[in-house]
Write a protein that binds this ligand. Sequence first.
Ligand code: CA
Length: 312
Amino acid sequence: MNKIPIIIDTDPGVDDTTAIVMCMASEKLDIQGVTTVGGNVELVHTSNNARDIIKLTGRTDVMVAKGESKPLERELVSAAHIHGEKGMGILELEKSKKSFLEEHASEFIYKTARNNKGELRILTIGPLTNIAMAIQKHKDIIPMIHSIVSMGGAMGVGNVTPAAEYNIYADPEAAKIVFDSGIVVTIVGLDVTIPTIVNREQNKVIRSMGSKVSKVVADLNDYQMDKESPYNPAGAIMHDPLAAAYIIDPTILKTEKYYVNVVCDNGLARGMTLVDKYRLSKKEPNVYVAMEANNEKFIALLFGLLHTYCEK
Ligand SMILES: [Ca+2]
């Protein structure tokens, strides 16, 4: 089986952690590297966390390239109130001493895209700053990227304002560049992620698996569930893990292609993804939008991947 070459662009981040450990465990993926961006917390923390998460999974071959500390044209609006000051809730992971790649994330993305001759997938689970920067600096990157799966956006709801999802809100200009780039983009938004949860019972099963990884995932889920959630109080919401799951098993989501615009002004709707469901704009559809998730399949995949850490 040919493995799928992939870069994970991330801002860990409580739910990023589960997404990353899922990808690291999947036999289907050939992880070319992890790139970090300032987002949920500052870049210094997201980068250290990414390194520590990779160490937790036992992978020594995957390197981290640091990217942008702030959005293309804006100051960083972090989400430390959700993810904790350093991005991992109240958890302290064992520290990795591995060095970072010297090149900037956007250069690493370009180089890796070139090396993989049209096959590279990018999973983005943070603001889209690094990807937009790679596109802006290297116009010839477009045909080199197979596709992008991006946790972000929503159709008419928000989790940072009533209108906007965090990753798009943080850097709307970057999202617009990526959506209009011509690259095949799928957005996995709040409509499908908010109903995708791990509940208390399921989290007990994860904890009982007994590996270091499953303990961290269970702790982070508990951290999420112990906070009062206005979105889905029934469990820990799997925003980033659902996007990761879709890369591993595309049958988990149903998607439809629409023209998606992004509100880039500073008004009430900043960062809103305008999904032209009824094709009113007459514009060519540019983005695949996740419409429905198979939550049972997701949980089965998550459990299966977490089980692989018990066997090590
Ligand atoms: Ca994230």
